[in-house]
Ligand binder design. Structure first.
Ligand SMILES: *Cc1c(COP(=O)(O)O)cnc(C)c1O
Length: 353
């Protein structure tokens, strides 16, 4: 820290993204990226967007219209952001304060507590139950802005629509933010509830199911009033938040829905296959509705497996938080990549004996 860094933030612990090492070629199963390239039309759209001397449209109108069409909404019920992390930032800024502290699970996306700290929004964590599930009842009358990743990360477990609705119904005077980063891999989107609940804000991303993590594109869906509030923050921080290439890519990606449906189907298949192999090897694997598995073994520790696999050139994710330190989070890659992964795990277990 330099001597100029503001005292106000001197205690901030920044988010630690999954590593992106450059020292050798790894099989990367640690940051939930897609193993598949974007649809060919997406790459073509990026190539054809050449007007970089001009600012992007701060309203991102065409992209928002395309998204609204896809999800059956009005254009004013959608806004787009520089990754969904930016949508989360805008939402926390707009809907979190002393009267609306943030309420989220103890085990969830690690960016929430970092962002709450940065913005100095008080927050309260609610423990997942013994099976790492979110208990909806724990969020009834939460007296704050509820933030639920559904499916949750890094557990991979999803709530159903009825459970999400019960949380919305019992928090009518607060925003309930549902982060659906992984919904396309098998979760139930809260979209059908938008009509009925003015307190619902849904955030999704192009990073995972649409193979666009490097393009940085997220979006929020909600009532027009909530979306207007988010735009107020957008125009106060980063008016041109989505760049021209990304905007073009996003429109093309929505139009290439069939390609991405196929990618998601392949991921679900590989996920089931990998879960079975891990269970054969004695792992306990949580039920996943995402593009990753969360697993532990009595035969090898979480950190130990992470390190041994890294030696073999395979990156998986390990978290140091006490409750989950025995676990690893494994991103689902192609069928071939998952064979390499399972062979790697098998070797690690054999080398231990
Ligand atoms: C990956 C992820 C995000 C953020 O993704 P962006 O790349 O910023 O769009 C948000 N929430 C959860 C739960 C995630 O796992």
């Amino acid at each position: 820290m330099s001597r100029f860094f503001t005292d106000r933030l001197s205690k901030l612990t920044p988010y630690v993204p999954g590593e992106q090492p450059q020292d050798r070629k790894y099989l990367k199963l640690n940051t939930n990226e897609s193993p598949f390239p974007p649809a060919p039309e997406v790459l073509k759209a990026v190539e054809e967007e050449r007007r970089l001397q001009l600012y992007s449209d701060p309203e991102s109108l065409k992209l928002r219209q395309t998204l609204a069409g896809r999800y059956g909404l009005n254009t004013d019920q959608v806004m787009v952001t520089n990754g969904s992390d930016e949508a989360l930032t805008f939402a926390f800024m707009a809907f979190g304060d002393d009267d609306a502290p943030l309420v989220y699970p103890d085990i969830t996306y690690g960016f929430y507590p970092v962002l709450a700290d940065l913005l100095r929004i008080p927050s309260r964590t609610v423990p997942l139950d013994g099976d790492f599930r979110i208990r909806p009842e724990d969020y009834y009358d939460a007296k704050g802005t509820v933030v639920i990743a559904n499916p949750n990360a890094p557990t991979g477990i999803a709530l159903d629509l009825g459970e999400i609705e019960s949380i919305l119904r019992r928090n009518r005077d607060h925003v309930v933010l549902v982060d659906e980063a992984y919904v396309d891999f098998g979760g139930q989107s809260a979209l059908p509830l938008l009509e009925k609940y003015e307190n619902l804000l849904i955030i999704q991303t192009f990073s995972k199911s649409r193979s666009m993590a490097g393009a940085r594109l997220g979006f929020a869906m909600g009532g027009e009033d909530l979306i207007r509030d988010l735009k107020t923050i957008q125009y106060s921080t980063n008016p041109y938040n989505v760049n021209r290439m990304t905007s073009a890519a996003g429109i093309a990606a929505i139009e290439a829905q069939a390609y991405y449906d196929e990618c998601c189907a392949k991921i679900r298949q590989s996920r089931a296959w990998t879960k079975e192999r891990l269970e054969e090897l004695g792992f306990a694997v949580l039920p996943s509705s995402t593009n990753f598995l969360f697993a532990r073994s009595d035969r090898i520790g979480g950190e130990e497996l992470y390190l041994a696999m890294k030696e073999k050139g395979i990156l998986i994710r390990h978290f140091t938080a006490e409750r989950i330190k025995d676990y690893n989070r494994i991103t689902i890659g192609t069928a071939e990549q998952m064979e390499t992964f399972v062979n790697g795990v098998r070797e690690c277990l054999e080398e231990k004996q």
